[in-house]
Design a protein around this ligand. Structure first.
Ligand code: NI
Length: 190
């Protein structure tokens, strides 16, 4: 089932996810709905906060980047109760976007290597798994969502000023992407 996506300004996007229990009966359906929602809206990742759930859960299919980054070719993964243990390497800049912030793309600096603990969809624990480059970046972006952080929090203040009106248009429902969104009730002040 395709789910609506929370728009910038929605309070759920600012909430940290809680841990998921292994016996959660709705988890597999939720994962499948999240992939469907992500594919239909042409994203490469989607976090629970974006479908209005405060859980430590995100899904990724990085394959749309395969032409530029061959390592993304078969990279389809589920991250449950993920925790980034450490980040290292050089910071590098890349233009990011987000399904919750349609029409805005900005360069974001992130470290190039991460080590992460997580469970996959079969509840196999992955300990301090290492990811680099574009894969690390996509994981960092989605992981941020589970911590209530958006990529616009990671851009310079002057750039945020420049996109303030666009952000207000998104939260007030004036921006209309091709997919369904859930808007915050009140206009948010930045
Ligand atoms: Ni995002």
């Amino acid at each position: 089932m395709m789910l609506p996506i929370t728009a910038y300004g929605h309070p759920t996007l600012r909430k940290k996810g809680s841990e998921i229990e292994k016996n959660n009966q709705e988890l597999q359906q939720l994962i499948s709905d999240m992939f469907e929602t992500m594919y239909e809206s042409h994203g490469v990742g989607l976090a629970a906060q974006q479908i209005n759930k405060t859980l430590l859960l995100f899904v990724i299919d990085a394959s749309p980047f395969a032409e530029e980054f061959p390592e993304t070719k078969d990279f389809k993964k589920v991250f449950i109760n993920a925790e980034i243990i450490r980040q290292e390497g050089k910071e590098w800049e890349f233009e990011e976007g987000c399904l919750s912030i349609p029409g805005i793309n900005e360069f974001v600096n992130r470290k190039s290597i991460i080590y992460i603990n997580y469970y996959d969809e079969d509840w196999v624990f992955h300990e301090e798994e290492k990811f680099e480059g574009i894969l690390a970046r996509i994981i960092q972006h989605e992981y941020d969502h589970t911590q209530g952080i958006l990529f616009t929090d990671r851009i310079p203040a002057f750039k945020k000023v420049l996109i303030k009106r666009k952000l207000n248009d998104i939260s007030s429902g004036k921006t209309k992407p091709a997919y369904k969104m859930i808007y915050p009730r009140k206009k948010v002040k930045k």
